[in-house]
Design a protein around this ligand. Structure first.
Ligand code: P6P
Length: 339
């Protein structure tokens, strides 16, 4: 249920009833992510002043230790989620192992875990290109009241209860799903409020944009090479346009609005691919499917992959479903030819 100019806070409350586990905990969890997003957004927007405020490792104008923004973002999300006693565990791209949160009443009463990529594409910060935060939320599978185990984190993407991203771009947006469609909220920085700006977001079934780092072309599997050549052929509505920002969240967001496909395949340089299953591919796949798009590793649905390691990587093809179908067709044909 949404209405024009609704704030994120109003939206969370009004849609809480629709969520089958609506105990209010998930609402509080999304609210804490909203708060952390505002804090990180403020710091990301100052990044251009690093020469004045001091680079990472120096002290900034306030005399505080200037931290790399991905380290800062990681700390802020973990602090916010921990202090508000909402989750029982957190995993992050910036942390080697998961973090068990001992709830104040020591019975680990909280039932949600969060996996985050606190600042994806952070290498773009220095060149003032947009970056993002990605989050994935599950219910724990081990008994409430005990400390979380790795089992709570190695769940299939199909078990997610919510997922979303924050894109720190020309404007800052939160885009998320709890399994009832995808909605986008834009921050009004003057008053620090997110407003519903993109209700019921959907991938167009087809698109004309393909996003892949063609600098790695010679290292790609044959099926991906053939699909890229297909995109570049003069036929029908092709050639398509190539757009690659080098920030997953930004490429995904543009493709969801305009129609397109994002590809990060395995290659002879990255044999398992580059993107992480648990806190990049699964949350983006959940959002894609809720927005009537598709997400695959080239052969299998991303959200059906059984995780084996916290930081495991997978090949990732995601976007308009007819485009992902076509890319998978090239992958299957190439496998048949090579078998
Ligand atoms: P490459 C950023 O490091 C990231 O994880 C994604 O956000 C982005 O799409 C990709 O890697 C860029 O990787 O190898 O093309 O520079």
């Amino acid at each position: 249920m949404s209405r024009k100019n609704q704030t994120l806070g109003e939206f969370i409350i009004e849609n809480q009833q629709a969520f089958k586990y609506s105990s209010g905990e998930l609402s509080r969890l999304i609210n804490s992510i909203r708060l952390a997003a505002k804090v990180v957004n403020h710091e990301v927007n100052k990044a251009g002043l690093v020469d004045i405020l001091g680079a990472a490792g120096d002290t900034n104008i306030q005399g505080e230790d200037q931290q790399k923004l991905d380290v800062y973002a990681n700390k802020k999300f973990i602090q916010t989620l921990t202090k508000r006693n909402i989750v029982c565990g957190i995993a992050s791209e910036e942390e080697d192992d998961f973090i068990a949160i001992n709830s104040q009443d020591e019975n680990h009463g909280n039932k949600y875990i969060v996996l985050i990529d606190p600042l994806d594409g952070s290498s773009n910060i220095d060149v003032n290109v947009s970056v993002g935060t990605i989050f994935s939320i599950y219910r724990r599978v081990t008994p409430v009241g005990t400390a979380v185990t790795i089992e709570d984190f190695l769940q299939k993407g199909s078990q997610q209860v919510a997922a979303g991203y924050i894109v720190y771009g020309t404007s800052t947006m939160i885009v998320y799903t709890t399994g009832h469609g995808v909605n986008g909220f834009t921050l009004n920085p003057a008053i620090g409020t997110f407003y519903l700006s993109h209700p019921n977001m959907e991938f167009p079934a087809d698109g004309k944009i393909y996003s892949v780092n063609e600098g790695n072309y010679i290292h790609f599997p044959q099926g991906i090479k053939s699909y890229i050549k297909y995109c570049q052929m003069e036929e029908g509505d092709r050639p398509y346009t190539s757009r690659y920002i080098g920030s997953l969240v930004s490429d995904f967001h543009r493709n969801m609005i305009k129609g397109g496909i994002y590809i990060y395949p395995k290659s002879s340089k990255n044999y398992e691919g580059k993107l992480r299953l648990l806190y990049e591919c699964n949350p983006m796949a959940f959002i894609a499917e809720q927005a009537k798009g598709k997400a695959s590793d080239g052969f299998n649905r991303i959200m059906d992959i059984e995780p084996t390691e916290l930081h495991q990587r997978v090949p990732f093809i995601c976007g308009s479903r007819n485009m992902v179908d076509k890319a998978e067709e090239f992958m299957r044909n190439a496998r048949t030819l090579n078998s």
